[in-house]
Design a protein around this ligand. Structure first.
Ligand code: ADP
Ligand code: MG
Length: 631
């Protein structure tokens, strides 16, 4: 894979660098969040009074009023679950169209936004709240923790997001930070932040993998580290795979054991939640010992359950295997083999499970990097980047676009302008032209995806470039520039080159793209590559054929008198053949008919040209003519 070389972003310190307020790094996780600070290249997570760095990403609006975040909010889950929001990250930047992806997963009521374009809202404690404002509560709590620990105002942050987060989700994250009173210095991809934490410590170059198994999500990314610069080469994952699945497996087993013992439990929500909480505790204990046991109480009746690590490993083996399958897929996508991976970084609480570590080690063929706490590693990397961006450090970052970005051209064909996996920030431009004579407006339709046809890609934005001076078809030069900034946000501009008329749009699509959707789009494009190419070639032939018909019709309308009736009849037959070929699906026939028509119309074209020259010369003086001929 060749990647374009570009300068690293963020090399210049921001103007406010060195002022009173501090810049922190924040891992805003689905399950847990962490805030950290770096000083002179040494990052540290900020703890609460009890020494805990992790803040559960849970927000509660208790019926007694106020807002709770973290452990206190999670405690409320058992009694007032409808007033508690967990996993709000899954809804960031999502619209009504994405609801199917989360429906049934989340316990609260979700309202589609007012229009198709709005983000969803959650109805909590009788009030509709947006994911942005709920997320902002988590960020406020982290900011407060940092200010208390550092005894200084904290107003700036580097926040991490999953590599697959799209524009809408990134924008929503920025908005949440703003609501929390934090200026976002940069959004950094989570795997990049994790690698940053290790890359600096070890200073070793090469291809790295980041294996991130959290509570409810799995991500696998490939990064290249070179001269202190990181590139995300490829990423993939599953948004419904993680430690929660392990908990569920244990809880189900305990509930089945109760049933076998004749305890006819009525399993309400509270009973299931209690079983899950106990399961989670037992699971975490099994990371450090060979066996554990727990006491489960449902409707006042207790039961006792023993679990060995070997039994637990058998229960989760399939989940672990799934993560490895995804990892192999990502490697294949980047054209890499496991042997080329120099090191694998473990991220996320679930990588504490010994079986996970062992299986990852087996697949990559070397022991994973585990020196840094997998719960903190992302926040630590973000803190390092925050220090670098405020002038303190010198770490450089590079990320890539997860999906190709392009434009709709005639016939619904996609012209890719920014290919997938292009390092960002990047600015790429391409020239387009008009299709019809005298065309003064152009519809710019920005799409995202890997397929050849617009209908199979995702529509991001549309706008019109008006005020193109009327010219012959194909004469206008419209330069369309795509700029993707360091946060992955896209701006598209279109400019007519002779007059300089310009139009510009910032793409902040209203709703996001789920991880599965993205994986599907990628797999689809591979699966359909050949059929897509056939469709594209056929469509191109049709577009070209139609363009020829349009041009011929215009010429006939103007200069039809240059043809005698027999010639005209022959030309009409050729025209009809092309027209009916275009209506069909045979590309060879379209091309043959177009070629035949071109041959047929050659004498007509020549006559028109002669006449054009005659017309041009009419009225010129003899002298003028002679001097020209003499040239
Ligand atoms: P996220 O990135 O989704 O916010 P985390 O990285 O914080 O999630 O991971 C949370 C998950 O890690 C939970 O399922 C939790 O039970 C699990 N976990 C935490 N500590 C351990 C441990 N010692 N052993 C096994 N699993 C653990
Ligand atoms: Mg995480």
């Amino acid at each position: 894979m060749t990647l374009m070389e570009i300068h690293e972003p963020g090399a210049t310190p921001l103007p406010h660098a060195g002022e009173g307020s501090l810049a922190v790094g924040i891992d805003l996780g689905t399950t847990n969040s962490v805030v950290a600070i770096a000083r002179e290249g040494k990052p540290a997570a900020l703890h609460d009074e009890t020494g805990k760095a992790m803040v559960p990403s849970v927000v509660a609006y208790p019926s007694s009023g106020g807002v709770l975040v973290g452990d206190k909010a999670r405690q409320l889950l058992a009694h007032e679950s409808r007033n508690v929001v967990a996993s709000v990250k899954r809804l960031m930047g999502r619209g009504a169209a994405d609801l199917h992806a989360v429906a049934g997963v989340l316990p609260y009521e979700i309202e589609p936004g007012s229009g198709e374009t709005d983000m969803v809202k959650l109805r909590i404690a009788g009030k509709a709240r947006s994911p942005v404002e709920i997320s902002a509560e988590i960020l406020k709590a982290l900011r407060k923790r940092a200010e208390e620990a550092l005894e200084k105002p904290v107003e700036r942050a580097v926040i991490t997001v999953p590599a697959y987060f799209d524009d809408a989700a990134r924008t929503a994250t920025r908005d949440a930070a703003r609501v929390a009173g934090l200026e976002v210095l940069r959004l950094v991809n989570e795997p990049t932040a994790a690698a940053l934490a290790y890359g600096l410590d070890k200073g070793s170059e090469g291809l790295y993998a980041v294996y991130d198994l959290g509570g409810g999500t799995f991500d696998f990314s490939l990064l290249r580290l070179e001269k202190g610069v990181f590139q995300v080469l490829a990423t993939g994952g599953d948004t419904a795979l993680g430690g929660d699945d392990f908990d569920r497996a244990i809880a189900e087993r305990m509930l089945a054991e109760r049933k076998k013992d004749g305890l006819g439990d009525k399993l309400d929500e509270a009973a299931v939640k209690t079983a899950l909480a106990l399961a989670r505790h037992m699971k975490e204990q099994l990371s450090d010992r060979d066996q554990t046991s727990g006491r489960l109480e449902v409707s006042g009746v207790p039961s006792f359950h023993a679990l060995t690590r070997a039994e637990f490993e058998a229960m989760i083996a399939n989940y672990v295997k799934r993560t490895l399958d995804i990892a192999r897929h990502v490697l294949g996508d980047a054209g890499m083999t496991a042997a080329e991976v120099q090191g694998v970084v473990l991220v996320g609480g679930s990588t504490r499970v010994p079986l996970v570590r062992a299986e990852v080690a087996k697949m990559i063929g070397k022991p994973p990097l585990t020196d840094i706490d997998p719960d903190e590693v992302v926040a630590l990397g973000a803190a390092l980047q925050a220090e670098a961006l405020t002038g303190g450090g010198d770490t450089l970052l590079l990320d890539v676009t997860p999906l190709s970005l392009g434009l709709e051209t005639m016939g619904g064909i996609v012209e890719k302008v920014v290919p997938r996996n292009t390092p960002i920030p990047v600015q790429l431009a391409q020239d387009f032209t008009t299709y019809q004579d005298g065309q003064t407006a152009m519809a710019i339709h920005v799409v995202q995806g890997e397929r050849e046809m617009v209908a199979d890609c995702r529509s991001l934005a549309r706008f019109e470039l008006l005020g193109i001076p009327p010219m012959t078809a194909g004469a206008a030069r419209i330069r369309v520039a795509f700029a993707v900034d360091a946060d992955g946000l896209l701006a598209v501009s279109a400019e007519e080159r002779t007059t300089g008329v310009q139009q510009r749009i910032e793409v902040k699509p209203s709703y996001g793209l789920s991880h599965e959707d993205m994986a599907d789009m990628l797999y689809d494009s591979l699966e359909h590559a050949e059929a897509d190419m056939t469709t594209r070639l056929l469509t191109e032939a049709k577009v070209e054929g139609r363009r020829n018909l349009l041009a011929l019709d215009a010429a006939l309308a103007k200069d039809g008198a240059l043809l005698d009736p027999a010639e005209r009849a022959e030309l009409d037959r050729g025209r009809a053949r092309l027209e009916s070929a275009i209506a069909g699906e045979d590309r060879d026939e379209i091309n043959a008919a177009a070629e035949a028509l071109e041959t047929l119309s050659k004498p007509f074209a020549e006559r028109r040209m002669d006449r054009g020259i005659r017309d041009a010369l009419a009225g010129k003086s003899v002298n003028e003519l002679e001097s020209r001929v003499g040239e």
